[in-house]
Design a binder for this molecule. Structure first.
Ligand code: ATP
Ligand code: MG
Ligand code: MG
Length: 344
């Protein structure tokens, strides 16, 4: 993304102070994973009634960051012994497989309704992945969660991100800063009108770290569900080193990388091959592919390309339209002035 206009950039001393404030605030909150363990136990008891051979695995931010942030949902997937044994297997994408997953989630929803009548639940079958959504209320101690079935990819991609974030102490902080900023600006898909999920932002953070050689490439095949625990261990966060200097530099460099160096016209953020080697052309992620998708009735864009490490031919940035890309650029410019709004 090349920009011609001169932009004002926040002073590093101010960024450092703001970053330390952010980390201090986080550290003053409860970040342990006990609330997640409690929900895990309740969900396990319900799953047991539907099918005692199925095990609920936790994935998403609890795994990726090793903490439970207030306001983040908890992601569960119920796996069969066969799913776990074949822990590197590809997930089935057929309508039949989706039907079986919906069937299991329906039976689970009936048990949940009976056992926890206060929980606000919704079974969503029409999405790419059928999901049972439970909104945090009185009954679940304010924790919201999603349950899916028989899909290993979330467990694998979360383990992959965790393997990156544990390589470098600043990385987890950077991920938290970027996620909070993406939610505040409305760029995060969890906000109405948003376009990139937290998962997508995390891949962007890792891709940036790889481009700067701040982390080593983790082979995607190394993540095997058979070797991953259903409930991840808590990883307490620590105050950033050097008074936040390295983190402040990294934060500003992340923004300038995506504003001035990354080339969305040709390049794909990918964790599958060495960083910088994946092009849109290689994946046939072209205007023509967008047009073909439209004919099939799908809205897929290849303007901001983030290759899913486990799902074949899936752009995690598929909801970034040309208009949203322009917005993204505006927010990045503002992020350079405000250190991801920390100074706004
Ligand atoms: P948050 O704290 O906001 O919940 P998170 O780290 O849990 O952040 P989510 O965006 O909730 O991240 O993603 C959880 C999981 O959902 C991912 O590990 C991934 O498997 C799946 N997922 C999320 N977004 C996408 C997407 N755009 N395409 C494919 N899979 C996705
Ligand atoms: Mg989540
Ligand atoms: Mg979720």
């Amino acid at each position: 993304m090349k920009g011609k206009a001169r932009r004002s950039i926040a002073a590093l001393g101010d960024v450092r102070a703001a970053v330390l404030r952010f980390c201090g605030e986080q550290l003053s909150r409860r970040l342990d994973t006990k609330p997640v363990e409690d929900v895990h136990q309740k969900v396990s008891a319900c799953v047991q009634q539907v099918d005692p051979t199925m095990t609920p695995y936790i994935f998403g931010s609890t795994v990726v960051l090793g903490v439970h942030e207030q306001g983040s949902d908890v992601d569960f997937v119920c796996l069969s012994p066969a799913d776990v044994q074949d822990g590197k297997g590809a997930d089935a994408v057929s309508e039949v497989a989706k039907g079986l997953q919906s069937g299991f989630l329906f039976r689970l929803s009936e048990v949940v309704k009976r056992e926890h009548y206060l929980w606000d639940i919704e079974l969503v079958r029409r999405t790419r992945v059928p999901v049972l959504r439970v909104k945090g209320g009185l009954g679940v101690d304010g924790v919201s969660f999603d349950v899916t079935a028989n899909r290993r990819n979330g467990v694998r991609n979360s383990a992959l991100l965790r393997a990156y974030f544990t390589q470098c102490p600043e990385a987890r902080w950077l991920s938290m800063l970027v996620k909070q900023w993406s939610k505040k600006t409305g760029l995060n898909a969890s906000v109405d009108g948003g376009c990139i999920t937290s998962y997508g932002w995390n891949i962007m953070v890792v891709y940036y770290l790889l481009r700067r050689k701040l982390v080593k490439l983790v082979p995607v095949e190394s993540c095997d569900v058979a070797n991953i625990a259903p409930m991840p261990p808590y990883m307490p966060l620590e105050t950033p080193q050097q008074d936040g200097q390295a983190l402040a530099v990294m934060l500003m460099d992340f923004v300038s990388y995506y504003l001035d160096e990354f080339t969305p016209e040709t390049e794909v953020m990918s964790l599958t091959r060495a960083a910088g080697e994946t092009t849109k052309e290689m994946l046939s992620w072209t205007k023509q592919a967008e047009d073909m998708a439209r004919i099939r009735g799908e809205r897929i864009h290849y303007r901001w390309c983030i290759e899913d490490p486990y799902e074949f031919d899936l752009n995690v940035g598929r909801n970034v339209t040309p208009f949203k890309l322009m917005l993204l650029r505006k927010h990045l410019e503002r992020a350079q002035e405000t250190a991801l709004l920390l100074l706004a």
